[in-house]
Design a binder for this molecule. Sequence first.
Ligand SMILES: Nc1ncnc2c1ncn2[C@@H]1O[C@@H]2COP(=O)(O)O[C@H]2[C@H]1O
Length: 579
Amino acid sequence: MELHKGEHLVRQGDSADHVYYVLRGRFEVLLDGRHLVAEIGAGEPVGEIAFFGGLSRTADVVASRDSEVLELSRENFDRLAAAQPDFIQSILRTLGRRLAATTAAASALAPRIADAVGLCAAGQSAVPESLVADLVQALRDSGSRVCVLRARDLPGDVAADDERLMSQWLGGQEQRGSTLLLVSGDGNPAWDRAALRHCDHLLLCGRLDEANAGPVALGELERYAAPLFRPRQTSLLLWREQSGTAIAHTRHWLQGRALHLHHHVALDRPGDFGRVARLLTGRALGAVLGGGGALGAGHIGTLRALGEAGVELDIIGGTSIGSVVAHAYAAGDDAHAMLADYEHFFIKRKALGRFTLPWYSLLDHRHLDACMQDQLGDSRLEDLPLNFFAVGANLSTNELEVVRHGLSRHALRISTAIPVALPPWINAQGQVLVDGGVMNNVPISVMRAIKSGPNMVSMLSPGNEWQVKSAYERVPSRLALAWQLLRRQRRDDDFPRLGEVAARSMQITSGRMLRGTGLGSDLLLKPPAVPGMGLLNFKLGRAQEQAGYEYTRRFLDKAGGLEGIQAWQRGEVMPEFED
Ligand SMILES: Nc1ncnc2c1ncn2[C@@H]1O[C@@H]2COP(=O)(O)O[C@H]2[C@H]1O
């Protein structure tokens, strides 16, 4: 079969009835029609992934020269393989090499969904019966076939101290559900040990108010269980009797425990367990809000529209203004309160409006810090009802800094420390931290490393066209500028000001980073900027919020509302939307 340069050999998503062998020429492998992931030359197979894996085509394959391939149907392939066993060897060799190349370039894998979850009391309190029942119900509601096993479910012929037999019996139970929930702590230590060793995720359950008295020591069974699991496989569910009880002192629980996530639930609000169940089973909906200064009001509008439609976000994080809005959502604020805070903070108090001598920064950080202190007090990230992260850039290590613990005002201060505009943050190790937008303005990769399952990404952009009328030569000399400032002459040129340049500089990588990471099955929202909007134009915040709201409404209408979103969460459909 011959192909001309530019012709498709296979198309991503198509079904696979043939495998090919390149006889002459060269092919490009393109993901989503754009990203070049590999080139394939003469003597190599093409289309083997879907053909052997029983999948649909994983990429487009396009001839980059006039080429010739051998096309093999299943029948022909079987015949050729029987006649020439070397042929299979050569395909396996190519597959091995391709896998090695892919592995070398792979980013961290999203956490694997646990098949067997061990429930274990943490601290001193036993796990309430109602908690187990609510968790099981929530797992069922989220679509899991859950099977609960406790010591009393052991068959009569398994002796109460025979851990080996228990382990064998547990192995035979796996087909009973998509998730096994193994409950420990019923008074049979052999079962507890066998059950916990059978699990791939440890869900510790502690009573939140034990932390009121200070750090909570590990419970007896917890001391046995904790070292069996890596932090990534361990989460802590902190329960309180009533939702009206404020969440506090969580850090005392986190001290001395290596955990991936912690969850806050109130026993009088069974809905809280839905979030835990979704996070455990990979169906949790994450949201990532990008940086973009005043445009961040658009995120608020997006959250308003999602909230009205009944879409519940289970975990949220962001960069810069995105982290500020995400933090408010994680704290339980509604869009109305968020917008009121935004206007109070940026317009009324002018948190970013007081200048200083331009030595360490342009803006007076003391004023900003005081505004933040008034707004956030000493609240801490660990005490937020939802899991949250803010992203900073660590200039000392050249790494992204993911902040999930500590004082909220410190986390947000790190995430919003626009270089030059504000002094960097210095952490306890003396490292220098600035706004995360410098490295990753839309940190979807951070969310993916924390959880598997679907995410919504909201990316702000002041538009791709920025044209300035003022000529470079017209920028005044320092004397002329000083004179104009002294005479309080208004400068009405449109030459970019310092703050705008600093803020814009952090936007430029957003789209590229996102393309580099690839969206996969995550949804991208791009609320448009209202006319006249700039990154520091907070006065247009209300209009920008409305624009974000209307944009997200249009998106939801197209996606089929809550039902459409839920179908996407289950992996059934992928809403498409071009505004
Ligand atoms: N990472 C990769 N490296 C090399 N080839 C690839 C890669 N991903 C996809 N392909 C090729 O592109 C083909 C697309 O169709 P298939 O998934 O059937 O088989 C795929 C492989 O032949």
